[in-house]
Ligand binder design. Sequence first.
Ligand code: HEM
Ligand code: HEM
Length: 182
Amino acid sequence: MTSRWLDTPGRYGLVTRLLHWGMAALFAWQFAGMAIKILVGRHPLTAFMVGTHKPVGTVLMLLILLRGAWGLSQWRRRPAHPGTLLGRAAAAGHALLYALMLYVPSVALLREYGSGEGFAPFGIPLLPATGQEVAWMLAPADASHGLLAWTLLALVVGHVLMVLMHHWWWRDDTLARMTGRL
Ligand code: HEM
Ligand code: HEM
């Protein structure tokens, strides 16, 4: 008997699915907020969505750490990528998704710390106000937070297109592993 919480070689379990879909929803919020800021400009909706960008991004930072640790704990149990060229490409694609999911909020939080102004997402004091701006802590996010976030979005679009290829073209159970019966 296997628990529905854990992964098996045939499908992802409940914990992996909650992390995958919950984080997908939060990422959608982050990208939609920034897209609306660029497309619509000043507006109450923009203000609300952009106002939640840092705290929601901080939650994502926490979740990606949990997801990575959980993924390692399920490494031998979860569906394996086949050793074919396409299977290796999928594994590399997933690894790149993880790398960007980790990098994008990490540099943003480093910038918050380096700003010296302190940071309290949801009112929880996370980073102290040092009163000192540290240039090297600001630089990585200034140069690449937005750029690599949009790169992550492009990769997610490719990820979803591949899932749709599996579902409609090859008609295999790739999508069902993340959505089907437990
Ligand atoms: C992991 C989730 C995150 C995603 C997907 C994300 C995505 C983005 C995107 C797409 C932009 C717009 C860039 C542009 O204007 O073209 C942006 C900007 C920004 N984000 Fe994030 N972000 C995340 C986490 C965070 C966190 C944790 C913080 C701070 C605590 C943060 C702070 C900012 C700031 C200050 C900007 C405006 C300056 C800039 O573009 O670097 N973000 N983010
Ligand atoms: C509508 C949106 C999405 C759909 C339909 C979707 C679908 C799927 C499916 C079917 C799998 C299983 C693939 C396999 O077994 O090889 C999967 C895995 C994965 N997806 Fe997505 N996904 C979506 C959004 C996202 C987003 C937004 C991210 C990250 C920003 C993401 C990151 C991953 C990763 C890293 C995996 C590998 C398993 C894991 O470690 O969680 N997905 N996705």
